[in-house]
Design a protein around this ligand. Structure first.
Ligand SMILES: *[C@@H]1O[C@H](CO)[C@@H](O)[C@H](O)[C@H]1NC(C)=O
Ligand SMILES: *[C@@H]1O[C@H](CO)[C@@H](O)[C@H](O)[C@H]1NC(C)=O
Ligand SMILES: *[C@@H]1O[C@H](CO)[C@@H](O)[C@H](O)[C@H]1NC(C)=O
Ligand SMILES: *[C@@H]1O[C@H](CO)[C@@H](O)[C@H](O)[C@H]1NC(C)=O
Ligand SMILES: *[C@@H]1O[C@H](CO)[C@@H](O)[C@H](O)[C@H]1NC(C)=O
Ligand SMILES: *[C@@H]1O[C@H](CO)[C@@H](O)[C@H](O)[C@H]1NC(C)=O
Length: 319
């Protein structure tokens, strides 16, 4: 009797504790729902192969529900691009599937991820002044953070917010960049790199502060801030810890690197150098803008490990 009561008290205590503790419990999460852009789009294969959500689902034994779409920004109201944005396309599709019963997900067993920003801050958007007049990095980041609020209101409880990588280290935005399929017009590559450093660094700091303020207001939510920025900075600085191909390790070039002429049409093929076979795993980048398959494997492992609480490396649970 007394032992039963004690067990009941302990059980109640541990349930209360798990509701208050930061992050989901190991083994709790069974479903992975992904939002974002080409870094996450499983059909776009922007890394030239398998994308991180597929690796993560396999590593962590999750059912995958992929909503990310190549080219996406957070909202086309802010940075208009002819691609399915998170707010005007990906979330509406998710809510439509939920409403018509084709998507049934237990909130406790489901985690939602968002990796967005690359297209909001890049060419055709903030970097080139192509956004809706008056829009700044504050608005695009607030939009991304609002993704948590909107999903929470619909019943979602577990979230991972993946911040922006140091885009200034991609071949497209580095100081010694060359004309590529993403941009062939004249530009000052030093100025682009300097501005991109400001955008990714300040945008990530704004996101962190906004999420820290938001987390305590969303009762029962678990919000993880995944520091893609630090992870990619470490891969760039210490590639020997992550890259394992048979070519010399390479964090400045790309598996599929295509050099264009100044002002050449971006629909031309360019003059390409391609790494093949096991050489590909020596590269951080697949092309001038996208991570390689090996980099995506590293992201996948880090995400699946943190969801199952095997390590807290690269992630801070804010709630
Ligand atoms: C985008 O603009 C439309 C029309 O003004 C508005 O209804 C919608 O709420 C806006 N979406 C976002 C994410 O701001
Ligand atoms: C549910 O909605 C989604 C998104 O609009 C659609 O693709 C799907 O066919 C719908 N399914 C049913 C059973 O109506
Ligand atoms: C490019 O911008 C940098 C930084 O503002 C400046 O120092 C450099 O002179 C510029 N280069 C050219 C070719 O204008
Ligand atoms: C590199 O490591 C990954 C696991 O992270 C493995 O799947 C891949 O086959 C390895 N690549 C090579 C060329 O050995
Ligand atoms: C890195 O890859 C590029 C191709 O994108 C190549 O031109 C360059 O020589 C490589 N660098 C090293 C150190 O192998
Ligand atoms: C590229 O285009 C710009 C703007 O039209 C022009 O000023 C420049 O001379 C062109 N350069 C080349 C090499 O075609």
């Amino acid at each position: 009797m007394a032992a039963g009561l004690l067990a009941a008290v302990l059980l109640a205590g541990s349930v209360a504790l798990s509701a208050l503790a930061a992050g989901p419990l190991p083994g709790q999460i069974k479903n992975l729902v992904t939002f974002g852009d080409s870094y996450t789009d499983v059909d776009g294969h922007a890394d030239g192969g398998i994308m991180w959500p597929v690796f993560a689902a396999k590593d962590g034994n999750f059912n995958l529900f992929p909503f990310a779409k190549s080219g996406a920004t957070c909202s086309n109201n802010l940075t208009a691009r002819p691609f399915p944005s998170v707010f005007e396309s990906q979330l509406p599709t998710f809510f439509a599937e939920k409403a018509n019963g084709s998507l049934k997900l237990n909130p406790e067993e489901t985690i939602y991820t968002l990796w967005i920003g690359t297209n909001d801050v890049g060419v055709g958007a903030l970097l080139t002044g192509s956004q809706t007049p008056g829009v700044t990095i504050v608005d695009t980041v607030a939009c991304a953070v609002n993704w948590v609020t909107v999903l929470y209101a619909s019943g979602a409880r577990n979230f991972i917010f993946q911040n922006m990588i140091p885009l200034q280290t991609t071949p497209l935005y580095s100081a010694d960049s060359y004309p590529s399929r993403y941009w062939t017009a004249q530009r000052n590559t030093t100025e682009w790199s300097v501005f991109m450093t400001e955008l990714t660094t300040s945008g990530n700091e704004i996101a962190k502060l906004m999420l820290q303020a938001l987390a305590p207001t969303l009762h029962g939510a678990h919000i993880g801030l995944f520091d893609s920025h630090s992870l990619f900075a470490d891969m760039f600085a210490r590639p020997q810890l992550y890259l394992n191909g048979t070519a010399p390790l390479n964090v400045t070039g790309a598996v599929h690197a295509c050099v264009f002429k100044l002002n050449e049409s971006t629909s031309d093929p360019g003059v390409c150098t391609d790494a093949t076979g096991t050489d590909q795993d020596s590269f951080l980048w697949f092309d001038e803008l996208h991570p390689s398959v090996q980099a995506e494997r590293v992201v996948a492992k880090a995400i699946s490990d943190v969801i199952h609480r095997k390590t807290e490396k690269w992630t801070t649970w804010l709630s």
